[in-house]
Ligand binder design. Structure first.
Ligand code: BGC
Length: 740
């Protein structure tokens, strides 16, 4: 990670540069105009380097030196002189280096800073030695150095503490009101030599002290629990004007516990700086139930805190680009933010990390690079169904939302290689339990994917997570094979690859057939009687059309038996409410959405969540569990747009429909809502969709941007097509229990 200074001035407003990519293949470079910082005569150019993601730690194993064990910088300054001549200054022999005032910096551990070591850059100072040029075979190829299409990471907001509490003579806790990704800026650092420590976290114990026990990652291989990290420290140089802001790390936090500040610590001395990808906000949701608005806000905050050049699972414990998390959330993200460039960048990392056999790592960037590294435990888990499917489903969602055909073209090979790899695994392996029960494989088993490492549905309420225990996850994996093959076939069609279009449609059909033969009884019941299996059957259209109602009825019954609470896990929680609402069970969908108690979204909020939790019981009896800032369960906010407000994209948009060129407006009032509104800044301009119940009538206002067409589906079945302009429509409102 670097910061650039010219004559002492920090250049640019970007943070955590050069950002996080699959460094073994791709490294971002940033261009700056430094003209204003240069002067006549000698100019001093300094680069402050730290470990960053390259040499520092992240992920659930937090191995150091993930990408390499040496830091380096590459710079070129091109100067056009007034007399028409030009010159170029580049890094190379003749540069000098020395240890700086950032004594240690790591994205998990935090940053240690000794301000006594700052000072003039003069080469007359002691401590300099010739910089060692490194010949980086890796980056010698210019095509590995790239300008990014993703919006940069910046400091986007500053938060004042809502409360500062003194715990004892040495210790103070500041509460910034909600979770963010960022860091704390601190002033009033006291006399020279004063050492101040800042610990960051998301939870306070009963005594008001910071509690980070729940953030200590569990290491599967050793059973050990890692320290929670997120600790910055600073040694004061005694200059009253000094301000500490650790620019070579960020943390996921709401609270900071400050130890050793000489005080008095005024509210002006402590500021939280929110650091994240500077994504344009594109979506707004409002309705007359404040709890749903709060849920929307919590999900948006979680996403924002996890958008840090890559989409991460959580900003404190792992900060890894877990593919499954982004796969389940990308639709919601694309409703609330412009994630076109952000998503496209990450897909390049995913493709760069894909193994020769098509395996997609469960997170990207992956330090191991495009293949497994001997002895790495995490490398034995890659290619999990639902996670690896991000290779197909993320580009698919981005296509729906932005209509960028070039992205599909660029990712096509990666998508295809993933699906082929899953199909090969299905063809070549059999789960030992199935092989024992049925020594001769049934013909459909060629398309049954029941081997390999999978997380499965993962984290269903009441089910303890188990990894690598040999569980048969064939129902989940085969479902994803069918679904991804279907989407890939459609993409092939869009790209004019007719042979592939047919091939993958056939593969999807065969995988669906295998799924039915294995997991659907002749009576039309699902063998695995869980909410998640029913949700997937409906959402991925795995059951024959004539059985949809029956399966939907069973899902509604399961949901009712659970007291209208979520019973799904990681993969299908975001799909649950649409699966209910789209099959005649809108009422049940609203009851789940508005339910309280564990597990439910509103219970998280009732218990004080400001971002979405990893576990439904993230805080129980005052104790925290797991990450309190994990966006995956927040995928439910899609439903607020697509069903509650009623603004959605066609399921499979055609060439001239994607990117909101055609969209559907179909409000689905429910609960006790009397109005709802969604706004979305589409690539064609702002779309607004606002409904209000007036006695028995539904009054709907829709803003349609130029170049697009809205298909307005009214209660009772009437369909209107509208082009640019504001449209007001009145229709008879239906009770929510009535199917469309
Ligand atoms: C992460 C997840 C991720 C999962 C894989 C967790 O440790 O935080 O969100 O998808 O592992 O099961």
């Amino acid at each position: 990670m670097y910061e650039l200074f010219v004559n002492g001035d920090r250049i640019g407003d970007l943070e955590l540069t050069p950002g996080f990519t699959a460094y073994r293949s791709r490294l971002q470079v940033q261009p700056y105009d430094v003209g204003g910082a240069l002067g006549p005569g000698a100019n001093a150019v300094e680069i402050l380097l730290s470990d960053g993601w390259f040499r520092g730690r992240h992920g659930f194993e937090r191995a150091a030196d993930g990408f390499g064990d040496r830091t380096a910088a590459l710079l070129a300054i091109e100067v056009a002189l007034q007399d028409g001549r030009s010159m170029t200054v580049t890094t190379g022999p003749g540069w000098w280096s020395r240890p700086g005032h950032v004594v240690a910096a790591d994205l998990m551990d935090g940053q240690r800073t000794d301000l006594r070591l700052t000072g003039a850059a003069s080469l007359d100072e002691p401590g300099w030695s010739p910089a060692r040029p490194v010949s980086h075979g890796l980056y010698a190829r210019r095509d590995r150095l790239l300008l990014t299409e993703a919006p940069p990471v910046r400091s986007v907001a500053e938060l004042r503490p809502v409360r500062v509490a003194r715990l004892d003579a040495e210790t103070v806790v500041a509460d910034f009101g909600h979770n963010i990704n960022g860091r704390v800026r601190l002033s009033g650092l006291g006399p020279r030599g004063t050492e101040i420590t800042l610990r960051h976290g998301e939870h306070l114990d009963a005594d008001g002290r910071l509690d980070t026990e729940h953030l200590r990652a569990f290491v599967f291989t050793t059973g050990e629990r890692l320290p929670a990290g997120q600790i910055d420290s600073v040694v004061s140089a005694g200059r009253p004007e000094d301000v500490f802001e650790p620019r070579h790390t960020t943390h996921g936090f709401r609270y900071v516990e400050i130890h050793g500040h000489p005080g008095p610590l005024g509210a002006d001395d402590v500021t939280a700086v929110e650091v994240r990808s500077d994504l344009a906000a594109t979506g707004r949701f409002a309705c007359d139930d404040a709890r749903l608005e709060a849920l929307h806000q919590a999900a948006v905050r979680s996403f924002q805190a996890n958008a840090c050049d890559i989409p991460t699972d959580c900003p404190q414990r792992e900060r890894a680009g877990w593919s499954g998390d982004w796969q389940v959330y990308v639709q919601a993200a694309a409703l609330t933010h412009d994630v076109a460039g952000f998503g496209a960048k990450w897909l390049r990392d995913l493709a760069a990390d894909q193994w020769p056999d098509g395996t997609v790592p469960n997170y990207s960037p992956n330090p191991s690079g495009p293949g497994p590294v001997a002895g790495s435990f995490s490398d034995t888990l890659h290619g999990s169904a639902g996670w690896g499917d991000a290779a197909v489903l993320v580009p698919w969602e981005l296509w729906r939302a932005y209509g960028d055909l070039d992205l599909l073209e660029r990712q096509y090979d990666s998508m295809r290689r993933w699906v082929e790899r899953a199909a090969t695994a299905a063809r070549e392996g059999r789960h030992p339990a199935r092989a024992a029960a049925r020594p001769r494989p049934a013909p459909h088993e060629r398309y049954l994917w029941d081997t390999g490492a999978h997380f499965g549905e993962w984290l269903e309420p009441g089910v303890e997570p188990a990894l690598g225990d040999g569980t048969d996850h064939g129902a989940v994996a085969t479902a994803y094979l069918a679904h991804s093959a279907d989407r890939l076939g459609r993409v092939a069609g869009l790209l004019g690859r007719t042979a592939d279009e047919e091939r993958y449609a056939r593969l999807a059909h065969a995988a669906r057939d295998a799924w039915q033969r294995e997991f659907l009884t002749p009576d039309g019941d699902l063998v695995i009687d869980t909410q998640a299996t029913h949700v997937r059957a409906l959402a991925f259209r795995l059951v024959p059309g004539e059985l949809r109602d029956r399966v939907a009825g069973r899902l509604a019954a399961l949901v009712e038996a659970a007291g209208h609470r979520v019973g799904t896990g990681f993969l299908s929680t975001g799909l649950l409410l649409p699966a209910l609402a789209d099959t005649g069970h809108l009422d049940a969908a609203y009851r789940v959405l508005l339910s309280t108690g564990v597990p439910s979204w509103l219970e998280m909020l009732d218990r004080g969540a400001t971002t979405i939790w990893e576990w439904w019981d993230g805080v129980q009896d005052g104790r925290a569990r797991g990450s309190l800032n994990h966006y995956s369960k927040g995928a439910v906010v899609s439903f607020l747009y697509t069903h509650v407000a009623g603004l959605r994209l066609p399921e499979c948009p055609g060439l001239d429909e994607a990117g909101y060129r055609r969209f559907i407006v179909q409000p689905r009032p429910g609960g006790s809502l009397t109005w709802a509104r969604a706004e979305h800044r589409s690539p064609y301009g702002p779309i607004r969709c606002h409904w209000r119940l007036e006695r028995e009538a539904l009054e709907l206002t829709v803003d349609v941007p130029p170049g697009t067409q809205a298909e307005i589906r009214l209660p009772g079945g009437q369909v209107l097509y509208r082009t640019a302009g504001r449209h007001r429509v009145r229709a008879r409102a239906l009770p929510t229990s009535e199917p469309d």
